[in-house]
Design a protein around this ligand. Structure first.
Ligand SMILES: *Cc1c(COP(=O)(O)O)cnc(C)c1O
Length: 370
């Protein structure tokens, strides 16, 4: 039995009232809350446009299409992420090409991107892992020199900043996800943000069955999807966004308690935060030192769970997922830094109701198990 959950959404009466208010209107979809949420997200990220979609994955899929990525193309991304970062390329017949990660920040090692570029490479999908923006200075530099589009998978990083610039607004377009474990949630949902009017218009059309603003309900000038986000979800998003500063500050406080409690223990390594980023804490993940094996890590996870502490490994390398091995033929050892990291990670309980005492208790349990 788990007494301390790994994650919980931060929902208050504000959100409950916002959702019930929509239910008292006839506008449950494509209503006023959709535009309000999109405008609010665009304003928060400092972009011209926001396009709400039914999930972060849907947003990534639409961006592949809007940027002209298709059959036979290659897209560079990190193997240390959630599968959606690479799946979106496969949805359009393109091949995800992985580049190993930096051993300390756990983000894509930007210095290795250039060597992975071929004449088929169309785009780079950078992921802001665990809420830390990727190394965009180096990523944009190589992308500009080699004529590649840059998509930010910022699904874990709403509110983070790179050299002062909000995550999602740095590349050609960015995507956020609002599953209940994210910084803000709409139940299910996502948002893509961009300054590119063409990308925004195309995505807006494709998420709504290929309709455009001018035609009627039954006119579909292009192939589209139903990737819409309902007004019920959008109202929840607007309410969450109105509390974003509090939500992020609470998460940041819990993270600082963990960092304090774990400091100086060379068995436990935390994510290095680059000096030019501001973190938006998504999860609190530590990795065990290299002298521990994957088997040791799994025993630690069991030990924590036996003590009622919610925890998880985070992530399994994308290139080693069964379907990826079958389709792309990557094997163990292909991305050693990613694998060495992934085999040793432990996500610790991370949510707003944690007290400093509980955080200290979790860390003592971790130490005593080690
Ligand atoms: C959560 C997440 C997504 C999107 O997830 P959805 O469940 O589709 O909203 C995409 N990429 C990363 C890295 C994520 O963490």
């Amino acid at each position: 039995m788990v007494d301390i959950p790994l994650a919980r959404p931060d929902i208050t009466e504000t959100e409950i009232e916002a959702v019930t208010a929509v239910l008292r209107t006839p506008n449950l979809a494509l209503g006023p809350k959709l535009g309000e949420f999109e405008a609010g997200m665009a304003s928060y990220c400092g972009t011209r446009f926001g396009v709400a979609v039914s999930s972060g994955t849907a947003g990534l899929h639409l961006l592949m299409l809007a940027m002209g990525v298709g059959e036979g193309d290659e897209v560079i991304t990190t193997p240390f992420s959630f599968v959606a970062s690479a799946n979106c390329a496969m949805y359009v017949g393109a091949k995800p090409v992985f580049v190993d990660i930096d051993p300390e920040t756990w983000n894509i090692d930007a210095g290795r991107i250039e060597a992975a570029i071929t004449e088929r490479t169309k785009a780079i999908i950078a992921v802001d892992v665990f809420g830390q923006p990727a190394d965009y200075g180096a990523i944009l530099d190589v992308a500009r020199r080699r004529g590649l589009r840059v998509i930010e998978d910022s699904c874990e990083a709403l509110g983070a900043r790179y050299r002062g610039q909000p995550s999602g607004s740095i590349g050609d377009a960015g995507v956020f996800g609002f599953y209940p474990n994210k910084q803000i949630t709409t139940g299910e949902g996502g948002m893509l943000v961009t300054d590119d009017v063409e990308v925004a218009n195309l995505c807006r059309s494709m998420r709504n069955q290929g309709r455009d603003g001018l035609g009627g309900w039954l006119d579909h000038p292009r192939l589209g999807f139903n990737y819409r986000l309902s007004d019920i979800n959008c109202a929840l998003g607007v309410a969450q966004l109105s509390r974003i500063e509090t939500i992020l500050a609470t998460r940041s406080r819990v993270a600082s308690w963990y960092l304090d409690a774990l400091e100086g223990d060379d068995r436990i390594v935390t994510q290095r935060i680059a000096p030019d980023v501001a973190m938006s804490w998504f999860v609190f993940v530590v990795r065990l030192a290299d002298r521990y094996s994957e088997v040791d890590r799994d025993r630690v996870l069991r030990g924590l769970r036996d003590r009622g502490i919610g925890c998880s490994n985070y992530f399994v390398p994308i290139h080693l997922q069964e379907y990826m091995v079958e389709r792309l033929g990557y094997g163990e050892g292909a991305f050693p830094v990613c694998e060495r990291t992934a085999n040793r990670t432990i996500a610790l309980p991370f949510q707003k109701d944690l007290t400093r005492e509980t955080v200290v208790e979790v860390c003592s349990a971790l130490r005593s198990i080690l």
